[in-house]
Design a protein around this ligand. Structure first.
Ligand code: UDP
Length: 498
């Protein structure tokens, strides 16, 4: 008997909990929300996972790969709502801001109607229980009002580290205390960003510049700063805060957050390999646990097969980072000068012109030890025995995936919580190095050597990475802190439908 049906039996007369999950429509939010959905389903919760119509259609067009997963299965359905964007807005350079505003403006009603429609459909025929709770990712706090309209509790899966969340919560105080906005451009480079901040509960003294990218504004009405502040603070309206981290990794800051939020569920790392048991039970392979918005290049796996163990540096900056052609060239020549094999994801949109923007002569110079992909199955890549290091933008999903694979990192943060994540990677967890904001080929090559070479520091980072991998696995295993926290979350969801 599968775990979900035995749990249903144990629930007896109780109505089955039904979670409607709605992530902000980008990879960094969809991936962990989907993994949470899988975990809830494996514990007997009925799941409706809501994408935007644009992404839903994009996934369907991809056919068997990610499109097939959208068929859903018993107790797990995919639905879609319009995002309200025109094609022109979708193509604009600030399309993410436009998407955020459009969802706020136009998505509440469709979500509410969807929740009611799924329920009434269920009452009539196929036994779908009414929606009993709404689970949101960050950046879609407008949907808290949907839960209020429906009269059901809301939970927020805030997709950053706990330290990233604590810093985002404090942006308001930083503004009120006059740390930000900056007085003028010179403050970006005159050492001001090194100002120590020692009053964030549960956190060590950190540099102002490491709190978040959003402190780097000169604009007193900065839209991005206000959005981050509002989104983080709106979590107090939810019944529970769900974090993709585990207790041992961030114990101090979690203790402090628990003083502020009565219900914090630490259920991470939400990385497919941590939950292999779930995927097997559902008849899904590990890769199918993701809804990849881009086509994955699996040829890179064969290339990795041919490389010696621990020899390859994997380079990727996630789904949103944009680089200037100059920064791209410095990175490219730094990788070339490192003389080590590397697999580099040059996503369409990473730089104007994509892979065509690589500097002249670079591909010829590195052709024997380089593989360029547009997108790959990152979790599988990181767990490949050939991969020995990860040059990353320190997005939280990438960071947790690297921790779970036991791979040390070179961090090049540039946005939002990426700065504080890389601060912890280097100084608190001892599993990485950090590049300066302005990329220089000499530093890139030197850091690659330090991470991948046989020196003491590289050895120490590899040892620490192996330790954190084991701690992460213990947290997700039966009886571990994340496993127990998920149990508590499921129990709370069930209470909501008695
Ligand atoms: N990712 C992937 N293939 C790639 C690059 C990234 O599957 O070639 C996935 C990665 O595994 C992670 C997500 O995209 O789950 C990126 O999330 P993250 O929080 O690291 O960064 P963001 O894209 O939000 O900046």
């Amino acid at each position: 008997m599968c775990e979900s049906s035995s749990l249903l039996g144990a629930m007896g007369e109780r109505r089955r909990a039904h979670a409607m999950l709605f992530p902000f429509p980008c990879s960094g939010h969809i991936n962990p929300t989907l993994k949470l959905a899988e975990l809830l389903h494996s514990r007997g919760v009925h799941v409706t996972f809501v994408n935007t119509e644009h992404n839903h259609e994009r996934l369907l067009r991809r056919g068997a790969a990610s499109g097939g997963a959208l068929r859903g299965r018993e107790g797990f359905r995919f639905e879609a709502v319009p995002d309200g964007l025109s094609e022109e807005e979708r193509a604009a350079p600030d399309s993410t801001v436009k998407l955020y505003l459009s969802l706020r403006r136009s998505c509440g009603k469709p979500l509410e109607e969807l929740a009611r429609r799924v329920a009434s459909r269920g009452d009539d025929d196929d036994g779908v229980p009414p929606v009993t709770c709404v689970v949101l990712s960050g950046l879609v706090s407008f949907a808290l009002a949907v839960a209020e309209e429906l009269g059901v509790p809301a939970f927020v899966l805030w997709g950053t580290s706990a330290c990233g969340f604590a810093c985002t919560l404090r942006l308001r105080q930083l503004r009120q205390r006059g740390y930000t906005p900056l007085k003028d451009e010179s403050y970006l480079t005159n050492g001001y960003l090194d100002t120590p901040i020692d009053w964030i509960a549960g956190m060590p003294t950190v540099r102002l510049g490491d709190i978040s990218s959003f402190v780097r504004t000169l604009d007193p009405t900065s839209f991005a700063l206000r959005v981050e502040e509002d989104e983080a603070n709106s979590c107090t309206r939810a019944q529970g805060l769900i974090l993709n981290t585990f207790d041992d990794l961030e114990s101090d800051v979690l203790d402090a957050l628990k003083d502020e939020f009565p219900r914090v569920y630490t259920i991470g790392p939400l990385v497919a390999a941590m939950h292999g048991r779930v995927n097997r039970a559902n008849g899904l392979g590990g890769a199918a646990a993701g809804l990849s918005l881009w086509e994955e290049d699996f040829a890179c796996m064969a290339w990795l097969d041919a490389q010696p163990a621990g020899s390859v540096l994997y380079v990727s900056f996630g789904s949103l980072t944009v680089m200037s052609p100059d920064a791209l060239a410095e990175l490219a020549w730094g990788l070339a000068d490192s003389r080590r094999p590397f697999l580099w994801v040059v996503r369409p949109g990473l730089v104007a012109g994509g892979a065509n923007a690589l500097p002249d002569g670079f591909v010829a110079e590195t052709k024997d030890r380089c593989f360029i992909a547009e997108w790959c199955a990152q979790e599988q890549v990181l767990r490949h025995r050939a991969v020995g290091g990860f040059l990353t933008h320190s997005g939280w999903n990438s960071t947790t995936e690297s921790i779970c694979a036991g791979v040390p990192m070179i961090c090049w943060p540039g946005f939002a919580d990426q700065y504080i994540n890389s601060r912890y990677v280097r100084d608190e967890w001892g599993i990485g190095l950090r590049l300066d904001e302005e990329l220089r080929r000499e530093q890139v090559a030197a850091h690659v050597e330090e991470l991948m070479g046989g020196g003491d520091r590289g050895e120490e980072m590899r040892r620490n990475a192996a330790k954190w991998k084991a701690v992460a696995e213990a947290a997700a295993a039966k009886g571990g802190s994340s496993y127990d926290s998920l149990d508590k979350l499921v129990e709370q969801l069930r209470l909501g439908c008695q």
